[in-house]
Design a binder for this molecule. Structure first.
Ligand SMILES: [Zn+2]
Length: 91
């Protein structure tokens, strides 16, 4: 427990606070009041989404991306809509 610290404020006054619907451990910071998962979980998800985007540009089907990354199709579609609208904005 001593290695845990809040990723928002850096305080070590964090307490386990249940699990997410996907089974990840949630934490509550007593110092700043934020509810969050671990840094590792956030990094893992960012990697999955980056892989999903890469596969999308390689023209892999959405179902194929879902099988490869383990993300749901709805998550992938939502993320790709967001990232392509960011990308296609005129300079
Ligand atoms: Zn905090």
């Amino acid at each position: 427990m001593s290695s845990l610290s809040c990723k928002k404020c850096g305080s070590s006054a964090v307490k386990k606070n249940g699990r997410t619907t996907t089974g990840r451990q949630k934490y509550h910071c007593k110092a700043c009041g934020v509810h969050t998962t671990t840094e590792h979980a956030a990094q893992e998800r960012a990697q999955q989404l980056a892989l999903a985007e890469h596969l999308h540009y390689e023209r892999v089907s959405q179902r194929g991306i879902a099988r490869t990354t383990g993300l749901s199709r709805n998550t992938i579609i939502r993320y790709l809509k967001k990232s392509t609208s960011r990308r296609s904005a005129p300079p």
